[in-house]
Design a protein around this ligand. Structure first.
Ligand SMILES: [Zn+2]
Length: 488
């Protein structure tokens, strides 16, 4: 089961706008007051808070619809719960959560759900706000109709709770659709690795492979290796310059009499301009592009277990300030989440393997790789070069096979085994036949590589610039290979 939220703008007259604003402010003050009390007294139970506050607010706002009061108290309980949890982990400094805006929740009864779902093409809802019910027209769009079509075909259902939210002085109804996910037969095994400017991908096409196993056709039996260009690092650097320019431009306006400046990044003007620069939007577009690319066909998707805060652990090694900033700006988690989400929608399965030594081991000989003067290229003691990204994605694939584990990644067993990541939640439950096939494929790739081991790294490192050229990217290969594909 998969949830999708769809926001549809409401058609709001002046009068309705006023009404919604006043309901919103009542709702907000209920939430704020209840949260303040609950945090102070350490109460997270919805029932307890309900008992304490329900009658108070019924008296205070007699015309406000009952359901709205109940929902506001419930929402306050949830906010308190998450705030207390964060405080316990030392992640908040403030004594109280600061609630700037709320979205108003309506239960089934409070927005005419029954009637809405019965309709073939719903275009309005009936909201219980103050005193009477109001018919409110919607401005449905393509995306809404697409999900509604699924509802009509019984491939999705509409959730009973509706959220009404204001954004930039427009009102939206947010519908939640629960979509049935399909189990589909995987057509590929894809492993990916997120870098600063690229996402490295290794893909094994199962549909062409299964038939080819008997023929031992190398072209199909070996993984395709390519990168998807994201330029997250470059984007971050560019927007850092943009932000600095904005600060410089605003400085004269915020100069203090003593010659200092107000912290400009806190000003409304600054935020407005930053928003206009669309940094977030651009980043998000690229994240979605990657997710789309990787989930085009139903696949078994393999990726590294990132941990809670991947940036932090990487920063530990990164000394330079500049690099530190770039790592912080690479949306590892966002990419991972987007891929997982899309995978679910399209019938793919995602598996996480440990990141242990992924780019330290030769995927052919299982030996420890040595560095070269090019950060991207590593040298195997058996005398060939390997692209760091390729090693990483191929080793991830190895990790799903039983054999390679003991050979490649546990060479000093007693010293350090990171058992986390191989057991419990991230233990990959891959169908046995897939594992077996993968093992076969990887062995074959290994065998052909052993015969001509100079291939994978495109020769000796020639680039004197060292680690500076992170972004040289290859396009995803067309079906059947091509120049860009590295096949063995
Ligand atoms: Zn090697």
């Amino acid at each position: 089961m998969l949830c999708r939220a769809v926001a549809v703008e409401l058609e709001v007259t002046k009068e309705l706008n006023k009404l919604l604003y006043s309901v919103e402010s009542m709702y907000l003050s209920i939430v704020r007051e209840v949260v303040a009390y609950a945090v102070e007294h350490n109460i997270t139970s919805t029932t307890q808070l309900h008992r304490l506050f329900y009658h108070k607010y019924r008296n205070e706002y007699p015309s406000l619809y009952v359901h709205i009061v109940i929902q506001a108290i419930r929402q306050a309980a949830q906010i308190t719960k998450s705030f207390i949890a964060l405080r316990r982990r030392g992640l908040v400094n403030k004594p109280y959560p600061e609630i700037k805006a709320v979205s108003i929740r309506f239960t089934e009864m409070a927005w005419g759900y029954e009637q809405f779902v019965k309709s073939i093409a719903p275009v309005r809802l009936s909201l219980s706000l103050l005193g009477e019910r109001r018919e409110v027209w919607l401005r449905p769009h393509k995306r809404f109709w697409r999900y509604w079509w699924l509802v009509l075909n019984r491939k999705a259902s509409l959730a009973g709770t509706l959220i009404v939210k204001r954004k930039l002085n427009k009102w939206y109804a947010i519908f939640t659709f629960k979509i049935e996910t399909e189990e589909r037969t995987p057509q590929a095994i894809v492993s990916f690795d997120i870098n600063e400017n690229t996402v490295a991908v290794s893909k094994i096409d199962l549909t062409s492979t299964v038939g080819m196993v008997t023929n031992w056709n190398r072209q199909y039996l070996t993984p395709q290796l390519y990168s998807i260009r994201t330029d997250f690092g470059r984007l971050a650097r560019r927007y850092k310059r943009v932000r600095n320019a904005i600060i410089e431009r605003l400085k004269p306006e915020f100069a203090l009499p003593n010659g200092n400046y107000v912290n400009i990044t806190n000003t409304r003007e600054y935020r407005k301009r930053v928003k206009r620069s669309r940094e977030r939007g651009r980043k998000l577009d690229r994240v979605r592009h990657v997710a789309n690319e990787l989930t085009k066909t139903p696949a078994i998707i393999i990726t590294e277990e990132l941990g809670e805060n991947p940036q932090e652990s990487m920063i530990e090694d990164a000394v330079k300030d500049e690099l530190r900033h770039r790592i912080k700006q690479t949306p590892f988690k966002a990419v991972e989440r987007a891929v997982e989400d899309k995978a679910l929608e399209r019938g793919s399965k995602i598996f996480r393997v440990s990141s242990h030594r992924n780019s330290r081991v030769c995927p052919i000989h299982f030996t420890r790789l040595e560095g070269t003067d090019d950060w991207h290229i590593l040298k195997c003691p058996r005398g060939h070069y390997v692209d760091r990204d390729h090693a990483s994605v191929m080793n991830m694939a190895w990790k799903l096979t039983p054999e390679a584990w003991t050979k490649a990644f546990w060479w000093n067993l007693r010293k350090k085994i990171d058992w986390r990541g191989h057991e419990g939640k991230s233990n990959p439950i891959v169908p046995w036949n897939i594992t077996h096939l993968l093992l076969l494929l990887m062995r074959n790739a290994k065998a052909s590589l052993e015969q001509s081991p100079a291939m994978p790294a495109r020769g000796k490192p020639m680039n004197p610039a060292g680690g500076a050229n992170e972004g040289r990217a290859r396009k995803p290969p067309k079906k059947g290979g091509g120049q860009e594909v590295v096949t063995y």
